[in-house]
Design a protein around this ligand. Structure first.
Ligand code: 13P
Ligand code: SF4
Length: 309
């Protein structure tokens, strides 16, 4: 079967079986083309609660499918490729967090959405890269235990100096793999190009950037900018998607290491199988469903009002 024939099969199966496909922006172009909705982690979680269909297929990584399930317990939610996890989400166990909370008893626990449902059950509020600053600023508690990404935490903390932050040792191994040397190389090779980076990058890279934002914010910035050339400091798929969207502009990837193997695992055929009912259905224990959902609801409540970066 060709890519086009497989895409047509998926579109037909979606109609016949009343299935919604959600795809994170890091997925391949052929998957994004057949998805009902694409976007960054926050946009996907907002969308998850709104879909009319009773079955949802997530083309992304496991924590994203879990978020859909938490927000829509009555729906059947499938992860298109069951092996697609997020190493950052698995870095911290609930037991380790319970231990850390003993050291920081008066702190609000703010969890990046890239965490397991089991971990979210022990947190006060979730944030995504596009909502973190705005949500943390709105919290009454001046003390914040920010988990698990200390790079994103550092970025948030520098914008909210009036609060006290504590971090644990965690982060995205892909974004953290590029450093100041990659910035110098890219600036030398592409003089005049704007550097747009994700806040999961290390502080040296974030500080050197012309713009810092979530996946969607980086894409919007590049599309709306008058500049013609950009260095993209996030998963390399974004530079490729932007090149299709803006053929008259030029996009370069900040470093060769910006490839997330987990985000690349899902194929168009995986989506086809999952839409046909053969994916991995997300099942969460009832008590986790209840407790973990609270911090996602809190994120949506606090993140909804203002336009996001
Ligand atoms: P956003 O979708 O919030 O930009 O996060 C990027 C990411 O690494 C998702 O796994
Ligand atoms: Fe996880 Fe990083 Fe891959 Fe996103 S890019 S899924 S945070 S490992």
């Amino acid at each position: 079967m060709t890519i086009c024939e497989t895409q047509e099969k998926i579109l037909r199966l979606k109609r016949e079986r009343d299935v919604c496909v959600l795809a994170h922006s890091y997925q391949s172009k052929e998957i994004l083309e057949i998805a009902d909705f694409t976007g960054d982690s926050f946009a996907l979680s907002e969308m998850a609660a709104k879909t009319a269909q009773n079955t949802v297929v997530m083309a992304g990584v496991r924590f994203m499918a879990e978020t859909v399930k938490l927000l829509s317990p009555e729906k059947a939610v499938y992860l298109a490729n069951p092996k697609a996890g997020c190493p950052m989400a698995d870095q911290l166990t609930p037991e380790a967090l319970i231990e850390a909370k003993r050291l920081y008893p008066d702190y609000a626990v703010v969890a990046y959405i890239n965490t397991t449902a089991a971990l979210k059950a022990h947190c006060d509020v979730c944030v995504t890269s596009s909502t973190a600053v705005e949500i943390v600023r709105k919290l009454d508690n001046p003390n914040i235990l920010f988990i698990p990404d200390k790079n994103l935490g550092d970025y948030v903390a520098r914008q909210i100096p009036e609060k006290n932050f504590a971090f644990l040792d965690g982060g995205c191994p892909i974004h953290a793999a590029v450093g100041a040397a990659d910035v110098s190389d890219a600036r030398r090779t592409h003089p005049g190009a704007l550097l747009l980076v994700h806040p999961e990058c290390v502080p040296d890279v974030v500080r050197a950037a012309d713009f810092v934002g979530s996946t969607s914010a980086i894409m919007e910035y590049a599309k709306n900018s008058d500049a013609r050339e950009f260095i993209i400091g996030t998963e390399s798929s974004i530079a490729s998607h932007l090149q299709y969207a803006c053929p008259d502009k030029r996009f370069h990837v900040l470093g060769k290491k910006l490839i997330c193997p987990n985000m690349r695992l899902t194929t168009l055929n995986d989506v086809c199988y999952a839409v046909n009912g053969a994916g991995d259905e997300i099942v969460l224990p009832p008590d986790t469903m209840k407790t973990a959902r609270k911090c996602i609801d809190e994120m949506i409540r606090l993140g909804r009002r203002e336009a996001r970066a």
